[in-house]
Ligand binder design. Structure first.
Ligand code: 4NP
Length: 168
């Protein structure tokens, strides 16, 4: 999981299980940070879940609250992965944990475009793959959401830095 995609990505898909906690946060944070750098228009970003339980729902209230407290707007409405369309449309596919990653690969995702989200966190350089999961905060308390928010800020920052270096 350390090799990087062949092309500098323009279109990114953030993936978790329910698409109401982690991946909407990742999408919102990525777009917020890209906007702050003046590169928002360089990207197409979306998020989805491997599961269908929450299709059509807004992000979990606790995810929305932590985003709001940190000045990040969440725009997504939950949808399920659409393998046929998504694997054609997105150049970089970013699962939140190894289980999401395995589900993507089982659904036929091109391996070269799939990277664990936290593999871009520079503070985790050299970490083993099992240390790279974004923990699922759904069954925990609000603290878990801030913890997830902070790790996604580090990961999205690292991702934007890498893309900027590749484009330089
Ligand atoms: P997410 O969290 O994958 O980060 O959106 C979850 C949301 C809902 C469920 C599981 C995880 N659920 O089982 O309903």
């Amino acid at each position: 999981m350390t090799a990087q995609p062949e092309t500098t990505p323009r279109s990114l898909l953030f993936v978790c299980l329910g698409n109401i906690c982690r991946s909407p946060l990742a999408e919102g944070i990525f777009l917020h940070l890209a906007d702050a750098r003046g590169v928002r228009d360089a990207f197409e970003a979306d998020s989805c879940g491997t599961g269908a339980w929450h299709v059509g729902e807004r992000p979990d209230a606790r995810a929305a609250a932590v985003a709001r407290q940190n000045g990040v707007k969440l725009v997504s409405i939950a949808r399920q992965l659409d393998p046929r369309r998504d694997f054609e449309r997105f150049e970089l596919i970013l699962p939140m944990d190894r289980s999401n990653r395995d589900d993507l690969l089982d659904a036929g995702a091109p391996e070269g475009r799939v990277r664990l989200m936290r593999s871009y966190d520079p503070t985790l350089a050299g970490a083993t793959e099992r240390e790279l999961d974004v923990p699922d905060p759904y069954y925990g308390g609000p603290d878990g959401f801030q913890h997830v928010f902070d790790m996604l800020v580090r990961s999205c920052t690292g991702l934007l830095d890498r893309i900027a270096r590749e484009r330089a």
